[in-house]
Design a protein around this ligand. Structure first.
Ligand code: PLP
Length: 456
């Protein structure tokens, strides 16, 4: 035990000094927990990005969260912009969500039989979202996407799907596929264990490229079951697409009898209650949700028209089920959270707050001529070390710029600001982030930027 801890400490010693004038924050307890975790889990984690491989140091083990703040095992306090990767739009440990969950838990945790809570969450969604007529609850975003793909294939009786380089859709086999070389390519698997035969059914093209799309539809005429896109790609930087491009996508799918799937696992209930579909007023054929929908508990969902959902079992031939699907405790968290976001002005206030925060950071960076751009939409933001005005494709991100993010991340950790541990991840602002939090965070970000740009 002692030896493994010592090893981690010596790697901790490799941490660069920071410029706060104080030593690096203490990570003794986190390091101890991480040493143990590494004997239990691959890489010491239950989801890879948590392992801090793209930033300095080892993962912080979080002990509690409240509002916009989290505390790690060593008692360090941070203003949190990861927000559990997006689900916590009301911040940590929201009282309304917590109380509803506790109330429901008093009656038991799971029945494997229908409950009124499933109806309640469904009604809340369907009454306030004109893009979905019927839905099915599952337990994660990955599961929602996997089911949506199967539904599209079952409904259209076609096998191929088309996805975009730079969009993430969870870890379902068919979508762990990246572009090969060329305008339109069969995907190459991006994970071991995905049969080549699966990847052969997935076509990959660049974002924001109408020619590539046209070519794909010519080459694979009447074979493409579905096109899947994050309408606001937010898993590989924030690659904002134009409304015109998304409209083009809608039209080309319609012309070819291909279903358009909007994967709104991040953007759903984040960019307004109706997500990106509502923002752009574009109606996809199938929608997937996750993250915010479960109020911090594991919930995913896919939905479509009454007619298309008629293909799902037991009504139709497309099989999909789940032991814990529609779990009452998870439904309760979702109901409580979605009830809050439906309050008048919720999204406007959140977007205004984010806009003020990001604009002020951009002004600071621009005034100093730093090659730094804050991309933002709604309550999401992405820090890009670039001088490009727009970035709409994965290929436009310079991998070398991630070195700068790494330094910034280290400086911010030491200044009590927690960002997701990779420069490809976006940040999230919750309704719990106060003016004081954002002012404090801004100052930390300014100092970190000065360091990043003046020491290199
Ligand atoms: C997070 C995410 C997923 C996967 O959801 P999990 O709950 O992690 O399985 C799928 N699609 C998008 C767009 C996501 O952001």
């Amino acid at each position: 035990m002692f030896d493994s801890i010592k090893k981690i400490f010596s790697s901790e010693d490799d941490l660069p000094v920071n410029t706060t004038g104080k030593p690096n924050i203490s990570r003794e307890k986190s390091a101890e927990l991480y040493a143990k975790a590494k004997t239990y889990f691959p890489g010491g984690v239950n989801s890879p990005v948590r392992a801090f491989k793209s930033v300095y140091g080892t993962p912080l083990f979080i002990e509690k969260g409240d509002g916009s703040h989290i505390w790690d095992a060593d008692g360090n306090e941070f203003i949190d912009f990861c927000c559990s990767w997006g689900p916590l739009i009301l911040g940590h440990n929201n009282a309304k969500v917590r109380e509803r969950v506790i109330e429901v838990m008093q009656n038991g945790m799971s029945f494997g039989a229908p409950t009124a809570l499933e109806n309640e969450l469904a009604e809340l969604i369907l009454k306030n979202n004109k893009f979905v007529e019927k839905l099915r609850f599952v337990s994660s975003g990955t599961e929602a996407v996997m089911s949506a793909i199967r539904l599209a294939r079952g409904y259209t009786k076609r096998d191929k799907i088309l996805k975009f380089e730079g969009c993430y859709h969870g870890h379902t086999d068919a979508l762990l596929v990246k572009a090969g070389s060329g305008l339109v390519t069969f995907g190459e698997t991006s994970s071991a264990g995905v049969p080549k035969a699966f990847a052969d059914e997935t076509i990959v093209v660049s974002l924001n490229d109408t020619e590539a799309l046209k070519k794909a539809f010519e080459e694979f005429k009447d074979q493409i079951a579905a096109v899947i896109i994050e309408p606001i790609p937010a898993n590989n930087g924030l690659l904002l697409q134009s409304k015109e491009y998304l409209q083009f996508l809608r039209e080309i799918c319609t012309q070819n009898g291909t279903l358009l799937i909007f994967d709104e696992v991040i953007s759903g209930f984040r960019i307004g209650f109706e997500g990106a579909a509502g923002l752009y007023q574009i109606k996809p054929d199938i929608l997937t949700y996750g993250k915010i929908i479960g109020g911090g508990l594991p919930v995913g969902c896919y939905g479509s028209s009454d007619e298309i959902m008629g293909s799902v079992s037991p009504d139709g031939p497309v099989y999909q089920g789940g032991t814990l699907s529609g779990n009452p405790v998870a439904m309760a968290a979702g109901i409580a959270q979605l009830t809050e976001v439906l309050r008048m002005g919720f999204y406007r206030d959140l977007a205004n707050k984010t806009e003020e925060f990001t604009a002020s950071i951009q002004r600071f960076a621009s005034a100093r001529s730093y090659k730094f751009k804050v991309f933002t939409i709604g309550s999401m933001f992405w820090f890009a070390f670039t001088d490009k005005e727009t970035i709409t494709k994965a290929e436009e991100i310079d991998p070398a710029s991630m070195d700068k993010f790494k330094v910034m991340h280290h400086e911010l950790i030491n200044r009590g600001v927690y960002l997701g541990p990779s420069g490809y991840e976006v940040g999230f602002i919750s309704s719990a982030h106060t003016k004081v939090d954002l002012e404090r965070a801004k100052r930390a970000i300014f100092d970190s930027l000065d360091l990043v740009f003046n020491t290199k």
